[in-house]
Ligand binder design. Structure first.
Ligand code: AMP
Ligand code: ZN
Ligand code: FE
Ligand code: FE
Length: 294
């Protein structure tokens, strides 16, 4: 079993990268990828923890991109976390996130919900360095009794229909795909049927067709909330568009209750064999270290 989509405390997961790797090893996973939102700050600790382990640590990142007025999520797997172009793109996204967080705080305050930047930051286990997102807002809203649970926090304030919702800068998929390639990684469409798994199959197919034209490498055929029919469908599109299948749980620790490492909501089982296909595809994007001469 492998799990190629997880979050640590460097973004909105609750386990430290090292603890996440240890938990994957305890579960007997052959490989686990760390794919925090917009940051690779957890990767050095994660790789170091994996060095002495039977579980292969795969460096990764998850980037939300704009898509016809909405968004989609791309994973970069096997990316070099020190690549300067990738770091520049992630830095730009994180700055935009900071500005958005300030605006959300202001909009909440206008509605009589006072949260301090410090109380928001306190919800991140990573302290000062962690990427702050809406899940941290949800935790703070619950802690200070403005909301009873996550669902209410998103429905009332943070979700797209919520009263404190603020859009943030999202890069174009083409830019994200090319940047991931230049960092030596593969670009994977995460949760193709959307967060709730309800996007219509025809729309998913069209999305994959367009993204394949932009250089997408693969797609998450296996995901925590995908049903067997959706899995089969995605595997057909993988063939049709010459993509590689990937899969993961989207584990967030306590920030996504009921989702387990490697197992997702219970029936997830990502085949080990995918790892070599993905790694092979990533190697295809690596330029030779020494330019070839005629
Ligand atoms: P952000 O990256 O700050 O825009 O926050 C996005 C994250 O919030 C996602 O990765 C989910 O974990 C979480 N999220 C988004 N929408 C919802 C929702 N309606 N209910 C619960 N969690 C959500
Ligand atoms: Zn998340
Ligand atoms: Fe996602
Ligand atoms: Fe995710």
């Amino acid at each position: 079993m492998i799990d190629l989509h997880t979050h640590s405390s460097a973004s909105d997961g609750t386990l430290a990268p090292e603890t996440l790797l240890a938990a994957a090893a305890r579960r007997g996973l052959r490989a686990v990828a760390l794919t925090d939102h917009d940051t690779m700050a957890g990767v050095p600790e994660f790789l170091a923890a994996g060095a002495g382990s039977d579980t292969i640590p795969v460096p990764g990142v998850e980037v939300a991109c704009s898509w016809y007025g909405g968004s989609l999520h791309l994973l970069g797997l096997f990316v070099d976390h020190q690549n300067s172009e990738l770091q520049a793109l992630l830095g730009e996204i994180r700055e935009a996130r900071e500005r958005r967080n300030q605006k959300i705080l202001r909009r909440l305050a206008e509605q009589g919900v006072a949260l301090s930047p410090a109380s928001l930051r306190a919800e991140s286990q990573a302290g000062d360095g962690g990427v702050i997102g809406r899940p941290h807002f949800a935790r703070a809203l619950i802690r200070f009794r403005h909301c009873t649970d996550r669902n209410q926090a998103f429905a009332q304030y943070l979700g797209r229909q919520g009263s404190a919702y603020v859009r943030r800068f999202l890069p174009l998929p083409k830019i994200a795909v090319e940047t991931i390639h230049r960092a030596g990684g593969v670009a994977i469409l995460a949760h193709p049927f959307g967060g709730g798994g309800r996007v219509a199959p025809a729309a998913v197919r069209q999305k994959l067709q367009k993204l394949a034209g932009l250089g997408l490498d693969g797609v998450e055929a296996y995901y925590c909330d995908a049903n067997p029919g959706q899995e089969r469908q995605v595997l057909q599109w993988v063939e049709e568009f010459s993509l590689v299948a990937s899969g993961g749980s989207d584990f967030h620790g306590d920030n996504a209750p009921g989702i387990e490492l490697g197992r997702g909501a219970g029936r997830l089982a990502v085949p080990d064999a995918l790892l070599d296909d993905l790694r092979g595809r990533a190697e295809g994007w690596r330029k030779p270290a020494v330019p070839l001469r005629a």
